[in-house]
Write a protein that binds this ligand. Structure first.
Ligand code: PLP
Length: 420
């Protein structure tokens, strides 16, 4: 009987055997206690963009911990939090000038939704308290976030009794490179939802260009441009969940840059700290911020997680961004993109429906989820940590991975179909 004191995520504990224990990590590798060394193709749920045990990031944790590991942000500032807010304002799309910190991507999204609702309330618009979201969306596992995830997808549907009802438009279908005509029907569907329900919609939430947990659905930047216009026309705040796409995953620092669209609110997490300590940032533009700026204390934003602005996390995020800029990560990502395209885009097999690549993210989508049963063990036996879900075998590698190491990952992904 295995020890069940540790309850694992997304897993039936009765059948679960977790035989792999990670002892150390180094670059793109995790080292197991059984002596195995695995190339991490998933970047630990997409966050460890610098790989493991990056010397400068590890060092800054030591240095900051030696000075101040934590202090409340209520009524007290700290140097790393102030500096990080300033830095984020500088590197994010123009106009996002105010940063609210929290501790995880889900909470960052909760903050975004509360901010959107109170934005309208503070201006006397009391009916706008619902969200618009997309099918195939994933915005986190907390209650508010679950209510804006794809409502039909299995993971959260059993909670439907608990969750508030929001409005959903179909997932965008026009691919990243699609011409404007191909985007028109996606936008027409969105317009229908806005036309019917705009009076109660406070904000429209999207994962820009890449619906990640929804199966790496990669869609057109034109969709974002057109949606921006619709949001303005129908008085709806446009909210970008860049928790997964932020910090280079799609090939630009932020996915918003492809569309040259500035959202009203933007949420960052995963790559923000390079995965070393959990933290999140919800950024707001002037218009949103100004709706809270008043002599009336009742118009203040009433939220404040214990660990917001944690000095350790903020110092790590600052160092992470410094390394990202100094070591030209966007160039590295462009090289990874090229290689992923060469290795995967032409791949054909009877079990495979489609292959897609955007930035440093790639997926082999199969026709039937059964075609991926056993792929994790197969990959481990070849020295690679892959974690497929549903019909999607994907990689989102750390950006410091070498060409040879990435090729090893893509060849194991392909070999699963051709040799197993
Ligand atoms: C992971 C993720 C979240 C949730 O972040 P957590 O830190 O796991 O709470 C929200 N949105 C997107 C797009 C994500 O990929």
């Amino acid at each position: 009987m295995q020890d069940t004191s540790l309850w694992f995520p997304y897993a039936q504990m009765k059948n679960l055997e977790v035989n792999y224990e990670v002892e150390t990590g180094e670059g793109p590798y995790i080292q197991l206690t059984n002596g195995m060394k695995l190339l991490d193709a998933t970047c630990s749920w997409w966050c460890m963009i610098h790989g493991y045990r990056h010397p400068e990031i590890t060092q800054i944790i030591h240095d900051q911990a030696d000075k101040l590991a934590h202090v409340m942000l209520g009524g007290l500032k700290n140097q790393p939090a102030t500096a990080l807010a300033k830095k984020l304002v500088e590197i994010t799309p123009d106009g996002l000038n105010h940063v609210f910190f929290s501790d995880s991507g889900s909470v960052g999204m909760e903050v975004a939704m509360k901010m959107a609702v109170q934005f309208w309330q503070n201006q006397g618009q009391t009916k706008k308290y619902k969200m618009a979201s997309l099918m195939r969306a994933y915005h986190g596992d907390t209650t508010g976030c679950m209510s804006v995830c794809d409502p039909e997808e299995g993971m959260h549907s059993l909670f439907s009794g608990l969750l508030p009802k929001h409005h959903f438009a179909p997932a965008p279908t026009a691919s990243f490179d699609a011409p404007a005509e191909a985007v028109a029907s996606d936008i027409a569907e969105l317009r229908k939802v806005f036309e019917q329900h705009h009076e109660e919609i406070a904000g429209f939430l999207v994962e820009p260009l890449l619906q990640a947990a929804g199966g790496l659905n990669m869609y057109s930047p034109i969709y974002l441009q057109e949606a921006r216009k619709l949001c303005d026309e129908f008085e709806i705040l446009f909210i970008f969940d860049e928790v997964a796409t932020g910090f280079g995953r799609t090939g630009k620092l932020f996915a918003a840059e492809y569309a040259e669209v500035t959202p009203d609110i933007m949420v960052l997490s995963k790559g923000l700290t390079g995965g070393y300590i959990g933290h999140a940032a919800t950024l707001a533009n002037e218009r949103v911020f100004n709706a809270f700026w008043d002599d009336d204390a009742g118009k203040a934003f009433m939220h404040g997680p214990t660990f917001m602005g944690n000095p350790l996390a903020c110092a790590v995020a600052l160092k992470s961004i410094e390394v990202f800029e100094r070591d030209n990560y966007l160039d590295k990502i462009a090289d990874l993109n090229q290689l992923l395209k060469e290795e995967l885009l032409g791949f054909r097999h009877e079990a495979v429906l489609n292959t897609r690549v955007l930035g440093a993210a790639a997926v082999i989508e199969v026709k039937d989820a059964k075609a991926l049963h056993g792929v994790q063990d197969f990959a481990i036996s070849h020295g690679v940590w892959l974690r497929s879900f549903d019909r999607y075998l994907y990689t989102m590698p750390p950006y410091i991975i070498s060409a040879d190491q990435l090729q090893k990952i893509t060849s194991v992904m392909k070999a699963w179909f051709t040799t197993s």
